[in-house]
Write a protein that binds this ligand. Structure first.
Ligand SMILES: Nc1ncnc2c1ncn2[C@@H]1O[C@H](COP(=O)(O)OP(=O)(O)O)[C@@H](O)[C@H]1O
Ligand SMILES: [Mg+2]
Length: 576
């Protein structure tokens, strides 16, 4: 699943392995040449015990040359490996991001933002490490082991017994450490998730934290998640730190054994001193290869944990998929038929049996106390969520039958929380319609009653907005968000409590401008204040997830108890 992204770079992996083989081959040649220098050159064993300097310089030069070649191969192998693993990681990150963008609202909630960030950053790095270890490490380790053992045994078969004894000890140790560290890796990543969530919440909510003087509490909360992370990391490192000393003990014992066997053979005249030297070097190469194997196992198990976490992102399919119905009519009518809805982890129904229709071009206001399901209701229209039962229709077609882009093209939504991005005001508005001209942007802003304050900004429309719009007031943010929706010129406009921070006069001006300039647009306006809704064609009064009544202001004042109560309570507040 994830490794399929490697296919494109397989040629690089192959090249890297070939260069690696050459590099290790050179390393394996060295001990033999060294043995020749000692035995034939210095000790002059083939020359009646007289040193032969020709051999020393000749073989020495040859060694130098092949070391240079080996180095070059090493560099090339490294370059190919990194090209392969970096490009691979880049691809994985991009597809993970693309996937996250396709997630439904409920899926993003389930993963948590902190975890999605760790997965697209840290986990990708772990998988990258795994890939480069597998390319370089496996070849290196296998060659050192196989070719090194052959070279060693070809020097003298007795040396083989040393490997046979040392090897199981080392494998046992690797297995033990892996067995212990393995479960810790998943824990480690989930603790990283936790820490990232704390950081992200606090940086995003820094103002709230300061306003409530909660810095100390939040610092403690961060310290705790950080401590937990360090604790887990520490346990991994402690376990890993056993590895090297124990390996070293085995390595040294094996070396002593080789020297002992070797000196017996030299005494018996069956081997030369240089050969024993070569044997010691081969042995350390073999055991180093084993040590590398331990590292590879560690990186690979860690990488597998991370790739599992990435797989969870990459295999998650959004339940909100394109529909296949093609017949698309224009207009902008919306109909809810027997709609029920509940949030997955919320259990109880949030909307019960909603029947409501909005004619094309009509302005429907929605009023009701907080938590009664107003936002949930409008979120079903652009399919931010899908209805549990019943159907939502736009222009007579079930929303699930539209291709998503066609459906969402018909609708402009201003969410309850106006999200702005850290770019200029103009670009924030242009998100609604990337092709909008400056004049169109101005016109939309004028309707949204935003043109005035934008013109007073230091660089007018080119003024940068701080992250999440922190440089603007709530009412200014709302008006920019409304401009963004208006510039889209969609058939249906949904304002989810988007004028709550505006004063009465500005709101009245906005509603008048909307009525006059966007006459044909269907408008669904959620609001808290009677003053915001009384001019609508009809007002839906919601209570506990149902539509209690839907009529004009005047009629509701006559017939609807809930509406009368809202009206009365707001009058009392104004009087006070
Ligand atoms: N993402 C969500 N996950 C779970 N429950 C939610 C979610 N959003 C809203 N709710 C719950 O659904 C109910 C209706 O919420 P909402 O539609 O936002 O109300 P309103 O907009 O009328 O204030 C509330 O009880 C709220 O707690
Ligand atoms: Mg709401």
């Amino acid at each position: 699943m994830i490794l399929r992204h490697l296919k494109k770079y397989a040629h690089l992996a192959v090249l890297a392995s070939v260069f690696m083989v050459l590099e290790v081959y050179v390393d394996l040649l060295q001990p033999r040449l060294m043995a020749r220098i000692v035995d034939e050159g210095i000790l002059g064993l083939n020359n009646g015990g007289v040193s032969d300097l020709h051999i020393v310089t000749g073989v020495g030069l040859k060694m130098l040359l092949i070391v240079l070649c080996g180095g070059l191969c090493g560099i090339l192998s490294g370059v190919c490996t990194n090209l392969c693993s970096q490009n691979f990681g880049n691809d994985v990150r991009k597809s993970a991001f693309r996937k996250i963008m396709s997630f439904s609202f409920s899926q993003t909630d389930r993963f948590s933002v902190g975890s999605l960030i760790t997965r697209t950053t840290g986990d990708v790095t772990q998988v990258q490490n795994m890939v480069s270890q597998m390319i370089r490490g496996c070849v290196r380790c296998a060659m050192f082991f196989v070719a090194g053992s052959i070279a060693l045994i070809s020097l003298a078969a007795d040396f083989g017994t040393v490997i046979v004894i040392a090897l199981p000890l080392i494998l046992l140790e690797i297995a033990f450490v892996l067995w212990k560290t393995n479960p810790l890796f998943r824990l480690l990543q989930s603790r990283l998730d936790r820490m990232n969530t704390v950081i992200q919440e606090n940086v995003a909510g820094a103002r709230v934290v300061k306003a409530f003087i909660q810095e100390d509490r939040e610092i403690r909360r961060f310290a705790q998640s950080n401590d937990e992370l360090v604790d887990t990391q520490f346990r991994v490192l402690i376990l890993m730190s056993y590895m090297r000393p124990v390996m070293n003990i085995v390595l040294n014992l094996a070396t002593v054994a080789i020297i002992y066997i070797g000196s017996l053979r030299v005494q018996a005249g069956a081997a030369a001193p240089g050969t024993v030297m070569a044997a010691v070097t081969y042995l350390s190469q073999i055991l180093n290869g084993m040590m590398m194997l331990a590292m590879i196992f560690q990186t690979v198990t860690r990488g597998l944990t991370s790739s599992q976490r990435l797989r969870e992102i990459l295999t998650t399919e959004s339940p909100i998929q394109d529909g296949t119905g093609a017949a698309v009519s224009a207009g902008g009518s919306v109909t809810f038929k027997n709609v029920c809805f509940s949030y997955a982890d919320h259990g109880a129904d949030v909307l019960h049996n909603i029947n409501l229709s909005v004619r094309a071009g009509e302005t429907l206001a929605v009023i009701g106390e907080t938590g009664c399901g107003k936002s949930t209701l409008v979120n079903l229209i652009p399919r931010f969520y899908d209805a549990g039962s019943g159907t939502v229709e736009v222009d007579g077609t079930d929303v699930r039958d539209y291709p998503l882009s066609v459906l969402r093209d018909k609708i402009a939504v201003v969410l309850q929380k106006s999200e702005l991005f850290s770019t200029t005001i103009k670009e924030n508005i242009r998100i609604g319609n990337p092709d909008a001209t400056d004049a169109e942007i101005r016109k939309a802003a004028a309707t949204a009653q935003a043109d005035g304050f934008i013109s007073e900004q230091p660089q007018q429309y080119d003024t940068p907005v701080a992250e999440s719009g922190m440089s603007l007031s709530g009412g200014q943010r709302q008006r920019i968000a409304i401009s963004r929706a208006l510039v889209k010129k969609a058939e249906i406009l949904i304002l989810d409590d988007s004028t709550s921070a505006l004063d009465f006069r500005t709101e009245a001006a906005l509603q008048k401008a909307l009525r006059e300039k966007f006459r044909d647009m269907t408008k669904i306006i959620i609001a808290q204040r009677i003053s915001s809704v009384r001019n609508a064609d009809r007002i839906a009064v919601m209570e506990n997830g149902t539509v209690a009544a839907c009529d004009t202001h005047d009629n509701l004042m006559q017939t609807c108890k809930i509406y009368q109560d809202i009206y009365a309570s707001q009058l009392r507040k104004e009087d006070a």
